[in-house]
Write a protein of this length. Structure first.
Length: 234
């Protein structure tokens, strides 16, 4: 039986091939934060097309939008216990916007960013084995960080410009791939280098095992700043 979940949009990020990954936390009837929800398509990679995540009036979800999302069924897969298959024809409805001051109610305070065990060539504590990921309760987190360094550079392992985010959490250093389209567009015309953002919320996502290295990778799916980075081409 189809159902509708009301969520606050905490991520709208790039997802191959040519799709989006949208995620948020459910808003309960009393306004309190509920479980994480990641709407996905029924395709193998779960990416959403613009038709599947569009508003009824033709708009697109933006960070901190409060959205009513039509869903068909749960689709949990290690380590993504938050996945739900979307209704194929979209029809999402915007019900409001969450304020910056209310965002803290949705933030989390884990002891660490999941399991700190493995690194990629360009990252730090940014991946883990699937059997490790299977022990986790979920694959999404929203944390607050006093500072984020956005690194814009030409990667040896990817065509075009790459973006990573460096930050500390509970005295541990992290360096994750950054897939937030607004951040990428903000720095696309800038010179390669490091750019500092202060007092931000980070929506972090843990992937399913990659085809190439068979590991689950940690990503910065969204950077929520004050003021919020302007809407561009979502």
């Amino acid at each position: 039986m189809p159902y509708v979940k009301r969520i606050v949009c905490l991520a709208n990020s790039y997802k191959a091939p040519m799709g989006r990954c949208i995620a948020g936390r459910e808003i309960l009837p009393n306004g309190a934060p509920g479980a994480w929800i990641r709407p996905i398509s029924a395709r193998p990679k779960g990416e959403l097309s613009s038709r599947e995540y569009g508003y009824s009036d033709g708009g697109r979800p933006y960070l901190l939008d409060i959205i009513d999302v039509p869903l068909l069924r749960e689709s949990f897969e290690n380590p993504q216990t938050e996945n739900h298959i979307v209704a194929p024809n979209g029809g999402w409805k915007k019900a409001g916007e969450l304020s910056w001051n209310d965002l803290e109610n949705f933030a989390e305070h884990p002891c660490s960013i999941w399991i700190n065990s493995q690194n990629t060539r360009e990252g730090h504590y940014d991946c883990m084995r699937p059997d490790q990921a299977a022990t986790l309760p979920g694959s999404l987190l929203l944390i607050r960080s006093a500072e984020l360094t956005v690194e814009a550079f030409t990667s040896r392992f990817k065509l075009g410009r790459a973006y990573r985010g460096r930050f500390f959490y509970r005295d541990k250093y992290y360096n994750f791939s950054l897939t937030d389209p607004l951040v990428q567009e903000k720095f696309a015309s800038q010179e390669e280098g490091d750019y500092r953002l202060e007092d931000v919320y980070l929506c972090l996502s843990l992937t399913r095992p990659f085809e190439i290295d068979k590991r689950c990778h940690k990503l910065i799916a969204a950077v929520i700043s004050r003021p919020v980075i302007p809407k561009q081409h979502l």
